[in-house]
Design a protein around this ligand. Structure first.
Ligand SMILES: N=C(N)NCCCC(=O)O
Ligand SMILES: [Zn+2]
Ligand SMILES: [Zn+2]
Length: 328
């Protein structure tokens, strides 16, 4: 079963009405949406948390990111003017809870994440995953490739995350995309990093990355060339391929996202990130993640709010696609 042949929900169950129940009341689901078990066990777009951060190389704490994003998402409203869409009315979006990954065994955790993602995709959902550290992009990509074949990847991040190993470990938050290329689960004609910046281990890092097929739009490119030109370039590269978007919140400048594990100066503003993401509406987005929110380093939920709005835009793109595939 695919997302488009999942039984259409006559009228999706939407979020709790914040004019009737104060938005700070009750347990937090993403955007105050129902849980998947409250809407019959499946959703067109499943928002799922992965509280896992055993793959980090510096500050820990992204295991708490998903719930911080859920808390910050209480203020989201049901109509998205930037995309002229009411995403939670167009498709059933629901919170699928958390994937219980083993914090003491990375290999097992990677398998657990993939198995849970496989189940959700097999039930007809597109995934909006809330990390967790960036290690989890690998099992998520394995899962989407199992369903769609090799996918285009748009990777927003300060870092390349195509390094080889850390301390001999293959599965870390700095290595998921090299593993994915090695495994043949990415469409190497359509791989882009956006927001790249900061010191590297050596020039070879860039050579290796280019050999894997990645194009780079640096953080400075976004500033110099502007959001519209960059978005056009990305859309051309992606075409109508099945697309996975992975957003490491450290793509944002530390002023816009202090709550993350490996911050780098000189990043995107949250406005730039949101505008680029909105500009990707209409692409064949099969699933997405927002990762690396580490709330212990956050202030006034700056990072979690930015992450919640980013996930909202991605969710809107997917909900619009679900609706469009039904009328097609
Ligand atoms: N994926 C993130 N956030 N960071 C990767 C940094 C790897 C390093 O410490 O070199
Ligand atoms: Zn990063
Ligand atoms: Zn990353």
């Amino acid at each position: 079963m695919t997302a488009s042949d999942r039984e259409p929900t006559a009228s999706p169950v939407g979020p709790v009405d914040s004019s009737r129940v104060p938005r700070y009341a009750g347990p937090a689901t993403f955007a105050r949406l129902p849980r998947v078990d409250e809407v019959g066990g499946t959703a067109d777009v499943a928002v799922v948390g992965v509280p896992f951060d055993t793959g980090v190389s510096y500050r820990p704490g992204a295991r708490f990111g998903g719930n911080a994003i859920r808390e910050a998402s209480r203020l989201l409203r049901p109509y998205n003017p930037a995309q002229d869409a009411a995403p939670f009315a167009l498709a059933q979006v629901a919170d699928a809870g958390d994937i219980a990954a083993n914090p003491f065994n990375i290999n097992e955790a990677v398998e657990t994440v993939q198995a849970a993602a496989d189940d959700l995709l097999d039930s007809g959902s597109r995934l909006m995953t809330l990390g967790g550290d960036h290690t989890i992009a690998l099992p998520l990509l394995r899962s989407v490739a199992r369903k769609h074949g090799p996918v285009a990847l748009l990777h927003f991040d300060a870092h390349l995350d195509t390094w080889d190993t850390y301390f001999g470990a293959e599965y870390t938050h700095g290595t998921p995309f090299r593993r994915a290329v090695e495994e043949g689960i990415l469409d190497t004609a359509a791989l882009s990093h956006v927001g790249t910046r900061g010191p590297l281990y050596g020039k070879q890092d860039l050579d290796d990355d280019a050999k894997m097929g990645f194009g780079i739009v640096t953080s400075a490119d976004v500033m110099r060339r502007g959001v519209d030109e960059i978005t056009d370039q990305l859309r051309q590269r992606i075409g109508d391929r099945p697309l996975y978007i992975s957003i490491d919140i450290d793509v944002l400048d530390p002023a816009h996202a202090p709550g993350t594990g490996t911050p780098e100066a000189g990043g995107l503003t949250s406005r730039e990130l949101l505008e680029i993401v909105r500009g990707l509406a209409g692409c064949h987005l099969v699933s997405a993640d927002v990762v690396e929110v580490a709330p212990a380093y956050d202030h006034a939920e700056i990072t979690a709010v930015a992450a919640s709005h980013t996930a909202y835009e991605l969710t809107t793109i997917m909900a619009r696609q679900v609706a469009a595939s039904r009328t097609a």
